[in-house]
Design a protein around this ligand. Structure first.
Ligand code: PLP
Length: 382
């Protein structure tokens, strides 16, 4: 879809990456590290100053205490952390219980480990976790629960009750848990992100994953990390050793600088993004979509059926650049059974407000009876 955006010159609200740079302190620290000669392989577990900053961050925001020497691992983005965790913690034939829709690398990582996903589906309109479905998904073969909150693509921020339901199942069934918290600082309307590792009985069975990409607008740097008990971190390090070994030497100290920024920075990015969410959601609403307002992340999912009764999200996304100069992603790619998400489409609002304003104006032309009369022109094949 990004290639389609480039080819058609459309506004790319498909792939989730910001169109502004991160904080100057972080960028300057990377430049200084490059100029200062930090350009060779960093240590396998990451530069000590970043591991220490990660540990300080977990303590400062969540009261979680990790030993930077044995309980923190720096990875090539959260993506590598997820892959390495699946490879390290699963055996062929194991099952991984995962929230659906799923961020697209999860299914690939589970497959690479020879394991099988078992989906617990979050359903619109509110995309909450159903504890009964969660419990039913666990079998004697379940090895891991793979959780994502704040959740891409639905924007759900799991609340304490939902997290307690996960923790109860994990403790009762003695399961390991991997949680992907890359949007930890991007929650709205005062909603609190609660790491699963803070719940009773969870710290030592949970591998907590995050990344600097979303928090510091540095998605191209691919600096991620994970925290967990020494045994789990050592196991994941062993798999990571032969994936990338290490990455991003000069970017690691820069992300350390970011993690130590004052609280106002973290509150500021959430407030900024909340305003962007409101702008885009209002535009999507005006265009006539069914809008599922997200509680966090930088994505919003819509139901296209008011505009396209056949609900073919894939065809809709393929046509959208030509029809109104905007790119979105069909949510069916996030489902084990694509039919479940066929009528759903995801837009990203991690863009400058004027870009979102323009995108909203373009999308408004899709409104049934809209000025260009194109709303019924939805039959072209992909
Ligand atoms: C839920 C989720 N996890 C992980 C990632 C990837 O993070 P990274 O770029 O740090 O590998 C993304 C990126 O969109 C994501 O949405």
């Amino acid at each position: 879809m990004s290639a389609l955006a480039v080819r058609t010159g459309a506004i790319n609200l498909g792939q989730g990456f910001p169109d502004t740079d991160g904080p100057p302190e972080v960028l300057d620290a990377a430049v200084a590290a490059i100029r200062g000669g930090h350009n060779q392989y960093p240590p396998g577990r990451g530069v000590p100053e970043l591991r220490e900053a990660i540990a300080r961050h977990q303590q400062r925001f969540y009261g979680l205490s990790y030993d930077p020497a044995s309980e923190v691992l720096v990875t090539a983005g959260a993506t590598e952390a997820i892959a390495a965790a699946c490879l390290a913690l699963c055996e062929p034939g194991d099952e991984v219980v995962v929230l659906e829709p799923t961020y697209d690398s999860y299914q690939a990582s589970i497959a690479m480990a020879g394991a099988a996903p078992v989906f617990v589906t979050l359903r619109p309109p509110d995309y909450r976790l159903d504890p009964v479905a969660l419990r039913a998904a666990v079998t004697p073969r379940t090895r891991l629960l793979l959780v994502n909150s704040p959740h891409n693509p639905t924007g759900t921020v799991l609340d304490r009750g939902e997290l307690e339901a996960i923790a109860t199942v994990a403790v009762e069934r003695d399961l390991l848990v991997v949680t992907d918290e890359v949007y930890e600082h991007l929650t709205f309307d005062g909603r609190e992100h609660v790491p699963l590792a803070t719940l009773p009985g969870m710290r030592d069975r949970t591998v907590t994953i995050s990344s600097g990409g979303k928090t510091f607008n540095t998605t191209g740097w691919k600096i991620g990390w994970l925290c967990g008990s020494p045994d789990l971190v050592t196991a994941v390090t062993t798999a990571k050793q032969f994936l990338t070994y290490v990455n991003g030497g000069p970017f690691q100290p820069a992300i350390a600088t970011g993690l130590d920024l004052p609280d106002a920075y973290f509150a500021g990015i959430a407030a900024d993004l909340q305003a962007k969410r409101d702008e885009l959601c209002a535009g999507l609403d005006r265009a006539g979509f069914g809008v599922f307002r997200p509680e966090g992340t930088y994505f919003v999912t819509v139901d296209i059926r008011p505009l396209r009764p056949d609900g073919d999200g894939m065809a809709f996304c393929r046509e959208l650049p030509e029809r109104c100069g905007v790119v979105a992603v069909p949510n069916q790619v996030f489902y084990g059974d694509p039919a479940v998400g066929r009528h759903l489409v995801r837009f990203s609002f991690a863009k400058r407000i004027e870009v979102l304003h323009e995108a909203a104006a373009r999308l408004a032309s899709l409104a049934v009876g809209g000025s260009d009369g194109e709303a019924d022109h939805g039959e072209a094949s992909p």
